[in-house]
Write a protein that binds this ligand. Structure first.
Ligand code: GTP
Ligand code: MG
Length: 221
C-alpha cells in the first residue's frame, strides 16, 4: 500500500511542468560536462599514442575522471551562498567535470600541462602549480581548469574541466590525506597531519630521486 502511495506521489511530481523542465535542464547540463570529459579523454588518448610512437615512452600512467554528484554540487552552491540553479552551476563551479592525470615522473607532469596548454581549442581559465608551491599541509599537484568547446546541434558551449596532474607518489599521498580530512577526531589528527606533512617531503625526495635515476638509466646504452 505504502509503495502504491509513493508511486502515485512520484507520478504526480513527474507530471508537474516545472519539475519536468528542471529535470530536462539538469540532464542537458550533465550531458554537457560528460561531453567535455569525452573530448578531453580523446585528446589524452591520442596524445599517449602519439607520444609513445614519437618518443618510445608514455608520460601518462593513468587517467581518472568523474562527474560531480548532484548532492555535492548542491553542497558547494550552498557553501558559496549561491542559488540552487543550473545557471549558478554554469557560472560559478569549475569542477563539475574533474579529471586526474597520473604521471610516473615530475617532469612528465609539466610536459602534459604544457602540451594541453598548446591545444588551440582549449583555454586556460585557472592554473595553480602546487608542485613549485606546495600547500601548507604538503599537498602537491598541478591544477589546470581548461575550457573545452562542445558542439551541439544548435549551439557551441564552452565547458570547464578541472584537471589535476600529479605523480603516482603525489596521488598516493593525496588519497591518504583525503581520508584524514573526513575524520572528526581533531587531537589525534594533529599528530597525523604532522606525519603526513613529513611524508609529503619524503615523497617529494623520492619523486626527485626516481626521476634522476630514470634519466641516468636513459643515458646508459
Ligand atoms: P574550489 O574550486 O572552490 O573547491 O577551491 P580551490 O579552487 O581553492 O581548490 P583547489 O584548486 O585548491 O583544489 C581543487 C581540488 O584539488 C580539490 O577538490 C581536491 O580534489 C584537490 N585538493 C586541493 N587541495 C588538496 C589537499 O590539500 N589535499 C587533497 N587530498 N586534495 C586537495
Ligand atoms: Mg577550484
Amino acid at each position: 500500500m505504502e509503495n502504491e502511495e509513493q508511486k502515485t506521489r512520484l507520478r504526480d511530481l513527474l507530471n508537474d511542468e516545472e519539475t519536468l523542465k528542471n529535470l530536462d535542464a539538469f540532464v542537458r547540463m550533465n550531458l554537457l560536462y560528460e561531453a567535455a570529459m569525452k573530448v578531453m579523454n580523446a585528446k589524452l588518448e591520442i596524445l599517449q599514442r602519439e607520444y609513445s610512437m614519437a618518443h618510445g615512452y608514455n608520460p601518462i600512467h593513468s587517467v581518472e575522471s568523474r562527474l560531480k554528484t548532484p548532492k555535492s554540487i548542491a553542497g558547494k552552491l550552498r557553501r558559496k551562498n549561491l542559488p540552487l540553479s543550473i545557471e549558478a552551476v554554469r557560472r560559478n563551479l569549475k569542477d563539475v567535470a574533474g579529471m586526474r592525470i597520473i604521471c610516473n615522473y615530475k617532469n612528465d607532469v609539466y610536459t602534459i600541462a604544457d602540451v594541453l596548454k598548446r591545444h588551440l581549442d582549449l583555454s586556460v581559465v585557472e592554473e595553480k602549480d602546487y608542485i613549485a608551491n606546495p600547500k601548507e599541509n604538503g599537498y602537491r599537484s598541478y591544477h589546470l581548469v581548461l575550457t573545452v568547446p562542445v558542439y551541439f546541434s544548435n549551439a557551441t558551449e564552452t565547458v570547464p574541466v578541472e584537471i589535476q596532474i600529479r605523480t603516482i607518489a603525489m596521488d598516493f599521498w593525496a588519497s591518504l590525506e583525503h581520508k584524514l580530512r573526513y575524520k572528526k577526531d581533531g587531537k589525534m589528527s594533529y599528530d597525523l597531519q604532522q606525519r603526513l606533512k613529513a611524508s609529503a617531503e619524503i615523497t617529494d625526495k623520492l619523486d626527485e630521486e626516481m626521476q634522476n635515476i630514470n634519466l641516468a638509466i636513459n643515458d646508459l646504452e
